[in-house]
Design a protein around this ligand. Structure first.
Ligand code: PXP
Length: 248
């Protein structure tokens, strides 16, 4: 039986996107992270991309110093990111695929194709005490591979489900939701902790929050956008309300 706990990780990358549009220091993602923490976020997520388009190395230093909730450090499986992680030893890392030309993380990691390399890559991160999560599509082959390489957590990519929901493509939305439902149960049966994220909004979060094996949602772009209109605290409070209502 999966338990009913459901954590919310708030991704503050896009506060840094706005800051970087002008250069300088405002708005400060560390301040946003502290506000999110005070508003009830269970964790803060930040993605240090290879091209540093939003979060910077100094932001990671600042987050490690300022946060009292855990930092979930999103990273590509590169030597540079491994060194940074081993220096900081954040609570959790989430390994994501990364292409320079993409606007956001467009698909899940191909774990099955890179099993050996990834097993060696994550071993020192685990030894350093980081909880290792792998961001993947709801695909049995990828889940089995993530399990074999020694990941403790998988984060299921909800982007295709959210896009179909936004486009009103009910058939695709329901098919994607069915895969997420089946694959979260399958991953849980292997002993993996299941997280989910990407593209979640007030409109589409509830069917994902209702999946009993899902323990954490990581939400960024929509919440930071909504904070412009409502403020950070009410934006997060409403997301939590919807998540808990869906969970029953
Ligand atoms: N989870 C992972 C692994 C991601 O890469 C992202 C995007 O950075 C998110 C969650 C959050 O997605 P969004 O910003 O669309 O809410």
């Amino acid at each position: 039986m999966a338990d009913s706990l459901l954590r919310l990780g708030v991704n503050i990358d896009h506060v840094a996107t706005v800051r970087n549009a002008r250069g300088g220091a405002y708005p400060d993602p560390i301040r946003a992270a502290k506000m999110a923490e005070e508003a009830g976020a269970d964790g803060i997520t930040a993605h240090l991309r290879e091209d540093r388009r939003h979060i910077t190395d100094a932001d990671i230093d600042g987050l490690m110093e300022a946060l009292t909730v855990p930092l979930n450090f999103e990273m590509a499986a590169t030597d540079e990111m491994q060194k940074i992680t081993l220096r900081h030893k954040p609570h959790a890392v989430c390994i994501v695929p990364e292409k320079r030309e993409e606007r956001t993380t467009e698909g899940g990691l191909e774990v099955a194709r890179e099993e050996n390399r990834l097993a060696h890559y994550i071993a020192p991160l685990r030894d350093a005490g980081c909880r290792v999560s792998i961001f993947i599509a709801a695909d049995r082959k990828q889940i089995e591979a993530a399990h074999r390489i020694g990941a403790e957590v998988i984060e299921l990519h909800t982007g295709a489900y959210c896009d179909a929901h936004a486009e009103g493509d009910i058939e695709t939305r329901d098919r994607e939701l069915e895969s997420l439902r089946d694959m979260s149960a399958f991953a849980h049966s292997l002993g993996l902790e299941v997280h989910a994220g990407h593209g979640l909004t007030y409109d589409c979060v509830q069917p994902i929050a209702a999946l009993p094996q899902v323990r954490e949602l990581n939400i960024g772009h929509f919440l930071i956008g909504e904070a412009i209109f409502r403020g950070m605290t009410p934006a997060i409070a409403e997301m939590r309300r919807l998540m808990y209502a869906a969970r029953g």
